[in-house]
Write a protein that binds this ligand. Structure first.
Ligand code: UDP
Length: 392
């Protein structure tokens, strides 16, 4: 049984790597990795970390095309690859153009679709844009929905997705973090940090924050630097030139602030686990930080990952400069306030999501039925969903 994994962006690669590893452990499944090239060198770096050599790589010009024309060529390229290699199933992850095109092309060719990280919803088509639309449109053409949490499952139920097609698996990003295990990487980015200084990790890249939002986040970092002399701010700049240029213009070369090139995944986790606080608009970072007990201030007006906010490990602050400074100052000044935001365990998963997903895909292909069998390999592995200690 041949299963295609479609990935274009760094987070898709991080989150599908555990699925591929689980698949490769089963002799009757063959993984077939198709890289769409959406994140260019960032994606290549991430694939290198997980020893992924794509079976096929699309060559589209992602930077110079409008989203609609890119999407049209993406569908065409993916469909050609599917027809050539004939996968029995296609797995897409998340909410990118690659994921939506990957699912759509498969649906048109009547190839079953499985969706990893299904059911995330902000309820606002403009936020995050275009991702909220993409993930909503993937749902009706999906045969197996792998919801990372029960809240995600409930979102799918509310859209009348058949319960038999949904499996709560945990988020595969927790598997990815755990797979790094004791492989602790101390990135060069830490060399500029004074001994004993607190570290604040800052990431911002979302399209809704381009322009005013990114500027306001950078200004908040400058304010905080002025208030906390024993704190160092590390900003891995996103590869997107609009984001990188804005961040460099406002912050590069400033004392106590390091604007660095995108970090490899183990390097990024190496900084994250040493941080006292994270300021981020990233989805993946919100899910990873709880594994290390690091509080997150979410630089977005709303998040589809309310599990961390409900568990008290993340706080939604948006991009207002004063609000960021107030909340970050409160946490940086008071270690007990930070401690209150750390909890044991990660509300997003237990590190076994990849195995659950692959077992369910295998059972589905063996039964060729319309519903996701919840028995079969999954229960033989003792990996029902009830063992996941995840927030409602
Ligand atoms: N990440 C990384 N290096 C960096 C910044 C982020 O490896 O310099 C990882 C991070 O750990 C997370 C993923 O990239 O797993 C998040 O990607 P991004 O913020 O681009 O996208 P999002 O999660 O918002 O979709």
């Amino acid at each position: 049984m041949k299963i295609a994994l479609i990935a274009g962006t760094r987070p898709e690669i991080v989150k599908l790597a555990p699925v591929r590893d689980a698949m490769n452990a089963l002799p009757d499944l063959q993984s077939w990795w198709l890289a769409t090239g959406q994140h260019g060198s960032l994606a290549e770096q991430a694939m290198g970390v997980f020893d992924i050599v794509p079976d096929r790589q699309l060559s589209l010009n992602w930077t110079k095309s409008s989203l609609p024309s890119l999407f049209a060529r993406l569908i065409e390229g993916l469909a050609e690859e599917y027809e050539r290699s004939g996968p029995d199933m296609v797995i897409v992850q998340g909410d990118t153009a690659s994921a939506y095109a990957g699912a759509t092309a498969a649906h048109m060719l009547r190839i079953p679709v499985a969706h990893v990280e299904a059911g995330l919803r902000s309820g606002d088509l403009a936020n995050p844009f275009p991702e909220e639309g993409f993930r909503r449109m993937i749902a009706p053409i999906t045969d197996l929905h792998f919801a990372p949490t029960r809240a995600a499952r409930d979102n799918l139920r509310a859209e009348n997705i058949d319960d038999d097609k949904i499996l709560v698996t945990g988020n595969t990003v927790v598997d990815a973090v755990e797979a790094l295990g004791d492989n602790d990487v101390r990135p060069a980015a830490l060399d500029d940090v004074a001994p004993g200084a607190n570290i604040v990790l800052v990431t911002a890249h979302r399209r809704e924050n381009w322009g005013e939002g990114i500027d306001s986040i950078c200004e908040a970092v400058l304010d905080l630097r002025g208030r906390f002399s024993n704190t160092h701010f590390i900003l891995p700049a996103h590869a997107n030139p609009r984001v990188r240029d804005a961040v460099n213009q406002l912050l590069a070369g400033e004392p106590q602030i390091s604007v660095v090139d995108p970090l490899s995944y183990p390097e990024f986790i190496g900084v994250l686990k040493r941080s006292s606080l994270v300021l981020s608009d990233s989805g993946g970072v919100q899910e990873e930080a709880p594994s290390f007990g690091v509080p997150v201030l979410v630089l977005r007006e709303r998040t589809e990952r309310m599990e961390a906010v409900k568990a008290g490990t993340a706080l939604l602050v948006g991009t207002d400069r004063a609000r960021i400074v107030t909340e970050a100052s409160r946490l940086l000044a008071d270690p007990r306030a930070r401690l209150k935001m750390t909890k044991r365990g990660n509300p997003f998963g237990d590190g076994n999501a990849g195995i659950r997903i692959v077992a369910a895909c295998r059972d589905f292909l063996q039964s060729s039925g319309p519903a996701a069998p919840k028995g079969g390999l999954l229960s033989r592995l003792g990996l029902g969903t009830t063992s996941i200690a995840m927030a409602e």
